[in-house]
Each structure stands twice: as C-alpha cells, then as structure tokens.
Design a protein around this ligand. Structure first.
Ligand SMILES: [Zn+2]
Ligand SMILES: [Zn+2]
Ligand SMILES: [Zn+2]
Length: 90
C-alpha cells in the first residue's frame, strides 16, 4: 500500500481550527439537518458534510475556493483537501 503524499494545502495547515459550536451554521438558518460537521480551515466556518442533505461544506469550498476542511466531530482528527482529494491525520 502506498501512502499518498500530503498536498501543499494540507502541509500549509499549522494549527487546525476546531468548531466554535457543534452546528452547521447554514443549516440552522434554514432549519435543515446534518449528519457530520466539518470546519473550514480558511475562515473557520462549521458546515455539514457530503452525507448531509445540504452538503454545505463542499458548496462552501466550491463557492469560496477555501480548499481545506477538518472534521468537526469530537474525537476525529483529520483534515481534507477538496482540490487534491487528499486526507491527512493530525
Ligand atoms: Zn490540496
Ligand atoms: Zn448544512
Ligand atoms: Zn471558508
């Protein structure tokens, strides 16, 4: 098994941003529901994952060009780059 190298985006993350609150900030505005939460490492907003109906985190990444998210789930310690489809533990 070959381990994929981290991309420059992931390598550029020095301190991983954790969520301020355990909610999707866009779902609470529309009274939506979510499955898992992800925190944008560029601006710190916490949004829902691709298993959630509204997929706010990937929409945010596409709309803003912010490439890296971290899992906002308690106990999960990984970051992910949308541009390079690369994941890293921290
Ligand atoms: Zn990347
Ligand atoms: Zn959401
Ligand atoms: Zn962002």
């Amino acid at each position: 098994m070959t381990e994929r190298r981290q991309c420059a985006h992931l390598q550029g993350i020095v301190t991983v941003k954790r969520p301020a609150r355990q909610v999707c900030e866009e779902c609470i505005a529309i009274e939506g529901t979510w499955v898992h939460l992800r925190t944008c490492q560029e601006c710190g907003v916490t949004l829902c994952c691709d298993s959630s109906p509204n997929r706010h985190a990937s929409k945010h990444a596409k709309a803003t060009g912010h490439p890296v998210i971290a899992s906002a789930e308690p106990g999960e310690r990984w970051i992910y780059c949308y541009v390079d489809d690369t994941i890293a533990k921290y």
